[in-house]
Design a protein around this ligand. Structure first.
Ligand code: SF4
Ligand code: SF4
Length: 266
C-alpha cells in the first residue's frame, strides 16, 4: 500500500501538505482559542461551508434526524471528487438561501450539536492520519487553520490537543475516521478490477460506506455476518448498532476486493 495522508477536510499523498498556506503546526504547549455563543462571529462558520462528510458522520447525522440513510443522502449530500480519482466523496448540501447556511443551523445554533460532523468538532484544527506502509502504525498530525472571520483565536483560553479532543467528543469520531482512512487509502489503489467508475463493486462499496440502512438489508438478505467467525455478542452488536455494522462493512468490502483483513471465514 502506498503511504497515505488523510485529513478531516482534505487528503494529500505527500508531506507537501504540511506547507500549504493557511495551515500551521500546533505549539506543543497548546493553542489559544475559544468558541462560544458570545463571540461576534458566532455561527459565521456554519454558512457557506465546504464540508466533506465521512461515513461515520453520515451514520450519526441520519440517526439524529431519524432518517433512512438513502433519504439523508438525497436530501443533505452531494457527490464530489474524493481524495483520489477512484472513489467519490460526499459533501454537505447547503441551503439555497443567500448566505448558504448549513441545513442544520437553527436560530439558537446547531440543531444536531451532539451529532455534528467531524469537521465541525475538529475546527479550527485539522487532523491528518499518516501511514507509511501496510500495517505500520498510524501517525496523527494536527494543524491550526485560520480564517479571517473567526475571532475565536483572539479569545484568552488555551487548550492542549487532548483537551480539545475531549471537549469536542472527538475520540469516537477519530476512531471511525481512522478506519475509513485505511479503507479510502485502499480504494485509492484502484481495486475495482478494471470496472471503471460506478461499476458493480464500486456501487457496493458506496452502499457499505455511505448508505448504512441499505447495507443492513443487504447483510441480512445475504446472511453475510453468519459467514464469518464472530462471537455471539459481536453478531448481536453488528445487527443492532450502525457503527458496528459500518466497521464490519469496512472490513467486508476490503475482503471482497481481495485485501487481507481480520475477518475469518467460517
Ligand atoms: S469563533 Fe470561529 S468557530 Fe466559533 S463561531 Fe466564530 S467563526 Fe465559528
Ligand atoms: S452541523 Fe452544526 S456546527 Fe456544523 S456547520 Fe452545521 S450548524 Fe454548524
Amino acid at each position: 500500500m502506498p503511504a497515505f495522508f488523510f485529513l478531516n477536510f482534505s487528503f494529500a499523498m505527500s508531506s507537501k501538505f504540511f506547507s500549504l498556506p493557511g495551515r500551521s503546526p500546533i505549539d506543543p504547549q497548546g493553542f489559544t482559542f475559544h468558541c462560544h455563543s458570545e463571540v461576534p462571529c458566532f455561527q459565521t462558520c456554519c454558512r457557506d461551508v465546504d464540508m466533506l462528510l465521512f461515513p461515520y458522520d453520515i451514520v450519526r447525522l441520519k440517526q439524529c434526524r431519524q432518517m433512512h440513510s438513502s433519504d439523508f443522502l438525497k436530501k443533505h449530500t452531494r457527490l464530489c471528487e474524493g481524495s483520489h480519482p477512484f472513489f467519490p466523496g460526499l459533501k454537505l448540501l447547503l441551503a439555497e438561501e443567500d448566505d448558504h447556511p448549513c441545513p442544520f443551523l437553527g436560530v439558537d445554533g446547531c440543531t444536531v450539536y451532539q451529532h455534528r460532523p467531524s469537521a465541525c468538532r475538529t475546527y479550527p484544527l485539522e487532523r491528518g492520519v499518516e501511514q507509511t506502509g501496510e500495517g505500520s502504525p498510524l501517525r496523527i498530525h494536527y494543524f491550526m487553520t485560520r480564517h479571517p472571520y473567526c475571532l475565536g483565536h483572539e479569545q484568552k483560553h488555551t487548550y492542549t490537543i487532548k483537551q480539545w479532543e475531549r471537549e469536542q467528543g472527538l475520540d469516537e469520531y477519530n476512531y471511525y475516521n481512522d478506519l475509513w482512512a485505511e479503507v479510502d487509502a485502499f480504494f485509492s489503489t484502484n481495486p475495482w478490477a478494471g470496472e471503471g467508475k460506478a461499476g458493480p463493486y464500486q456501487q457496493l462499496a458506496f452502499m457499505v460506506c455511505y448508505n448504512i440502512d441499505s447495507f443492513r438489508v443487504y447483510v441480512e438478505q445475504n446472511r453475510l455476518v453468519q459467514q464469518f467467525d464472530f462471537s455471539k455478542d459481536e453478531r448481536r452488536r453488528i445487527s443492532r448498532d450502525d457503527a458496528h455494522l459500518l466497521r464490519f462493512g469496512f472490513q467486508w468490502i476490503m475482503h471482497v476486493l481481495g485485501r487481507k483483513t481480520n475477518l475469518v471465514k467460517k
